[in-house]
Design a protein around this ligand. Structure first.
Ligand code: ATP
Ligand code: MG
Length: 313
């Protein structure tokens, strides 16, 4: 289990010399904390969510101090997504899970800030339709996985089928229990057969912070549209969700598709940590712009000919 280890390791392929440097204290350089190692759930680890501080900021003192790093990671993600799109060989699937108001929408906004919409898509998984329910649970998911060159973000996902389904007993235990293995095989397929990188983020908030966000939604007319009865209903099942999350982390954090538990009470820290993990992961792919598909010397000649014609007319 790598959560909150004191000596941060740098991930393979990390290009630290391109890391943003933060102004401030010399003795604690928060930008060097490797969130990929720090927040990754090692395969088979048993995470106790209560032991993880949702308010952790890993040495960053404030949002203002993190701004430079956040901007830099967002820009880097934009550049790397362009490269992924151009290279057209590999893809990225980002999975977001968390309680209501944990900030899934906020993370999506932050990740895609600098992305080209041509190469990325967000898929929201709501309650399954009767047609969905007539099929296996992955039937509605598979058509949305990324094709080569694409970045896809799942806002909720196939994991609902071992979360809400378990908490509310929407399927018998023997049905949802088999799904952990089925999910592992499904994600392995994406990695092995289509060079997809899979990153899964559990946004970890405290019950107090959730209530504070519900209050803000109630008091701010611009946020009221987000309020739903279901939010309060699900909150009553908080402990059952914690159990379901812990089992999910234990059974489905794998080498090929790891889970990261992201402290999310501070929105800016949540966004920073996720952006760093995504940008470092993309960097490690060592993607290259493809060679031009045309003979550049020939095209250059054609360009000069066209230029001469344009000047003459
Ligand atoms: P918001 O932040 O807007 O509230 P949301 O993801 O919570 O976003 P909602 O429309 O409020 O969106 O809720 C979607 C609901 O669909 C969630 O309660 C989720 O648990 C439920 N859901 C998703 N997948 C499944 C599934 N496979 N089976 C049952 N319920 C599901
Ligand atoms: Mg909701």
């Amino acid at each position: 289990m790598t959560l909150y280890q004191t000596e941060p390791r740098i991930a393979a392929g990390d290009v630290s010399n391109t890391e943003p440097n933060l102004p401030g204290k010399l003795e604690a350089k928060p930008s060097q904390t490797d969130f990929l190692t720090k927040f990754m759930v090692e395969p088979g680890a048993r995470v106790v969510l209560d032991d993880i501080d949702p308010g952790c900021c890993a040495g960053y003192e404030s949002c203002e101090r993190a701004q430079t790093a956040m901007k830099s990671y967002a820009e880097k993600i934009g550049r790397l997504q362009y490269l992924m799109h151009a290279e057209n060989k590999r893809s990225l699937l980002i999975v977001l899970q968390g309680m209501d108001a944990a900030g899934k929408d906020g993370v999506v906004r932050h990740i895609v800030t600098n992305m080209n919409p041509a190469g990325c898509r967000i898929v929201n998984f709501k309650q399954p339709t009767p047609v969905d329910l007539g099929h296996d649970f992955l039937w509605r998911v598979h058509p949305h996985v990324p094709s080569k060159g694409e970045v896809i973000i799942f806002n909720r996902s196939h994991y609902e089928d071992v979360l809400v389904v378990r908490v509310h007993q929407l399927a018998p235990v023997h049905v949802w229990f088999k799904r952990y293995e089925l999910i592992n095989s499904f994600e392995k397929l994406l990695v092995a057969d289509n060079d997809t990188t899979v990153l899964k983020f559990l946004l970890h908030i405290s019950k107090e912070e959730q209530l504070a966000r519900f209050k803000r939604r109630l008091e701010d007319p611009a946020r009221r549209w987000k309020i739903s009865e279901a939010d309060y209903r699900e909150r009553e099942h908080w402990d059952s969700y914690v159990d379901a999350f812990e089992e999910m982390l234990h059974r489905t954090s794998t080498i090929h598709a790891p889970w990261f538990v992201i402290p999310s009470d501070q929105k800016w820290f949540r966004d920073l940590a996720i952006a760093q993990i995504i940008s470092r992961t993309l960097e490690a792919l060592d993607m290259r712009l493809p060679q031009p598909a045309v003979d550049i010397t020939h095209i250059r000649r054609r360009y000069h000919a066209a230029e001469i014609t344009a000047k003459a007319s």
